[in-house]
Design a protein around this ligand. Structure first.
Ligand SMILES: Nc1nc2c(ncn2[C@@H]2O[C@H](COP(=O)(O)OP(=O)(O)OP(=O)(O)O)[C@@H](O)[C@H]2O)c(=O)[nH]1
Length: 685
């Protein structure tokens, strides 16, 4: 059984704690400068500003230095001169690919030579040497030594003799010592360790090369444009993407013979019997060795909690066992005739809903467990109970197949009337929640006695009226959802931990595309590059993994401090858009206070939990047809459907639902209550 470690450490009483501001690491606010000001003046290489000269050209109103300062700047007069030369320099007319290659190479050289050489010289050297970084660098440096007018040494490379092959030597040195020419607040430098594998110039973007990692500093000219609403909106992509990997072919080769794999989350009100049900199912399918069950039996007996012995299969921690509740998502695997099933046992208590959301995020299908005991079903189903909220949450997160387990039927003498009563109530609610009747199956069960779990029921009172499928058959009959393996790679990070060996591990679900060992990936929103050293699923090593897989990935070439839970790993040639403002189509749940402009919420997107503000109520929509009922409504009430804009303090990574449904859904929560679920219809800025 495995656990989702990081979630456990979260303190949900502090959902609005200021610390949330640091979920994405370093904040520009640290620098006593507002983010807007910072954005305006800070040169950000990865933002589509293609060169320092272009950046400066676009920002002419940057104040010139005072005369006084000029004295001080005498030593760097030449570099200023060259900078001004660079400002005036117009890049040659090139096609997109060559332009990107040129700019990338120029940036790399600029990082080494500083401002001592102007853009024109660098560009000419790059063009002359056909974008060969080493040759161009050698030429630039050799030229600079001959040019007696240039007296200043390269800004960040001192004392290095200029001779043939010096480019490589400088590079070697730069790997250890260089700092970026211009501060980039969110991009940190990771030294490149292996010279022979250093990624250079344009090549760093080429997946064909086994070039290892560069830090975000070296992130090439990928248009990670915050304003670009299109996930495919980068210039380089179309021209240089050469991922000639045929995803379907690879999938058939690697997985063709395997059983289909689904992730199933088990949800329901606290104490509905979810862990007991699943523990018993795992036991009856032969997944729990007898000696382990014997141990659980003995130990639970000792603690006077024998009725929890099956729940202990999934509730592994001392606290969970002592309190008799699930707190974190427990996970396990089992097989049916046609499927491999990863089971995610979600906590039922309302305090742990963020954990439950995290489990549901990974799920393809769900089992909703309800307690048939008189009074208990009603408690879970009424306002404030988790039966409704969980069902709404999983539907909003894209789960559309549901098995409803009417559990603890032993407590009502296997009553058909009780089963029908519960089924009727749930049927109308689930229909409203967006589940098709044909996608929902109701199963009478007892997790404690094991009735109708794996084998057909033997209890006479039940067999009198029920001859439908067992729980295991229902699971076996779930349809495997279509996986987006042909889309660009995206993986959301749900956990970060120290693995064995070098590097560190991140775990999460591959949402789209595929990932191979040795691939380079872009980590967003920090825009760092990293290399995939190792991939495992349930501790087994894999060379290639696909959309739908829950994986652990060992990364190298990136500092663990530059990645957080909620970050997205993506294809470096097809990066995920970053944004601070998105438009959503939301369904409002039961809320006490109507939603108005300025309403602060917590956005849940994959594993990310980010403070946000509703900044615009664009339209009130008809729930069924989606037609606009009212433009710019003043507030939104219970169960309304609307189009709203929300804004964040800093960039987050999302996709439009229309492009990547896996990454286009969000939940909005306030004070521990889910107030709305939404689809991302536009990425605004
Ligand atoms: N009579 C009866 N009791 C059951 C059945 N299933 C579970 N229980 C009891 O219900 C209590 C709660 O069971 P759990 O499996 O921990 O419930 P849960 O839904 O996993 O609880 P949380 O994860 O904390 O929400 C335990 O005392 C179980 O023994 C059942 O089918 N019949």
């Amino acid at each position: 059984m495995s656990r989702h470690r990081a979630i456990r450490s979260m303190n949900y009483n502090e959902e609005y704690d200021e610390d949330d501001d640091y979920a994405y690491g370093h904040s520009v606010e640290d620098e006593c400068i507002s983010p807007t000001d910072a954005q305006q003046w800070i040169y950000d290489r990865a933002k589509g500003q293609q060169s320092i000269s272009e950046f400066l050209a676009k920002n002419r109103d940057i104040e010139e230095e005072d005369d006084d300062d000029l004295d001080e700047a005498n030593q760097t007069a030449n570099s200023s001169l060259h900078r001004r030369d660079s400002e005036c320099y117009q890049l040659p007319e090139l096609n997109d690919e060559d332009r990107a290659r040129l700019l990338s190479c120029m940036e790399e050289i600029r990082n080494i030579v500083g401002d001592s050489i102007n853009d024109k010289q660098i560009a000419e050297a790059v063009m002359k040497n056909e974008y060969d970084f080493n040759k161009a660098l050698d030429e630039v440096l050799n030229q600079s030594t001959k040019d007696t007018s240039i007296k200043t040494a390269p800004r960040r490379v001192n004392d290095t003799p200029i001779e043939k092959g010096i480019g490589e030597r400088l590079l070697e040195k730069s790997e250890k010592t260089l700092k970026p020419a211009i501060p980039e607040p969110t991009i940190l430098i990771t030294p490149v360790s292996n010279k022979t594998n250093v990624t250079r110039g344009f090549d760093i973007n080429s997946p064909r090369l086994q070039s290892p990692i560069t830090s975000g500093r070296n992130t090439p000219e990928i248009s990670l444009n915050d304003n670009d609403s299109s996930s495919t909106g980068n210039k380089i992509k179309s021209s240089i993407t050469n991922f000639n990997r045929n995803a379907n072919e690879l999938f058939n080769k690697e997985r063709g013979d395997n059983k289909q794999h689904i992730h199933m989350v088990v949800i329901g009100h606290v104490d509905a019997g979810k862990s007991t049900l699943m523990g018993h199912l795992l036991c009856d399918t032969g997944n729990i060795p007898q000696r382990v069950m014997h141990k659980h039996e003995q130990e639970s007996k000792k603690m006077g909690k024998q009725s929890f012995m099956y729940a202990w299969v999934l509730d592994e921690t001392g606290e969970e066992r002592a309190r008799g509740i699930t707190m974190d998502v427990g996970s396990s695997r089992f097989e049916t005739n046609t499927k491999q099933v990863t089971l995610l046992d979600a906590p039922g208590h309302k305090d742990f809903i963020p954990n439950m959301i995290s489990g549901a995020n990974q799920a393809d299908v769900a089992l909703l467990v309800v307690d048939a005991t008189r009074g208990e079903f009603e408690t879970g189903f009424e306002q404030g109970g988790q039966t409704r909220e969980h069902a709404l949450l999983v539907r909003s997160l894209g789960v559309n197949q549901l098995g409803v387990v009417v559990n603890k039927l032993d407590t009502v003498g296997w009553s058909k009337e009780r089963f029908d009563e519960i089924k009727k109530k749930l049927q109308s609610f689930l229909k409203q929640a967006g589940f098709k009747e044909s996608d929902v199956v109701y199963i009478p069960c007892s997790g404690l006695t094991g009735e109708n779990l794996v084998k057909p029921p033997t209890e006479q009172e039940l067999t009198k009226w029920y001859n439908g499928p067992t729980l295991l058959t229902v699971i076996d009959n779930f349809k495997t959802p279509e996986r987006s393996i042909n889309k660009p790679f995206r993986m959301s990070v749900s956990d970060i931990f120290k693995g064995t060996g070098s590097g560190f591990c991140v775990s999460g679900r591959i949402e789209t595309g595929l990932l191979c060992v040795n691939d380079k990936v872009l980590v967003c929103p920090s825009k760092e590059q990293a290399q995939v050293k190792n991939i495992t699923i349930d501790d087994l090593a894999y060379q290639t993994v696909f959309a739908g897989d829950q994986v652990s990935v060992t990364l190298s070439g990136i500092d663990a401090t530059n990645i957080s839970i909620g970050y997205i790993l993506c294809d470096i040639n097809n990066p995920i858009p970053l944004t601070t403002r998105i438009r959503l189509r939301i369904i409002v749940f039961n809320i006490k206070v109507p939603i108005t402009i300025g309403y602060p919420v917590l956005l849940h997107h994959q594993s990310l939990i980010e403070p946000a503000t509703i900044v615009k109520l664009k339209a009130h929509l008809h729930k069924g047809t989606g037609e606009i009922i009212k433009k710019n409504p003043r507030c939104l009430g219970n169960n309304s459907c609307a189009q709203v804009d929300i804004e964040f303090q800093r960039s987050i990574c999302v996709e439009k639902y229309a492009d990547f449904k896996e990454l286009g859904r969000v939940m909005l929560r306030v004070n521990g209550v889910t107030i709305a679920a939404g689809l991302i219809t536009d990425i605004l800025k």
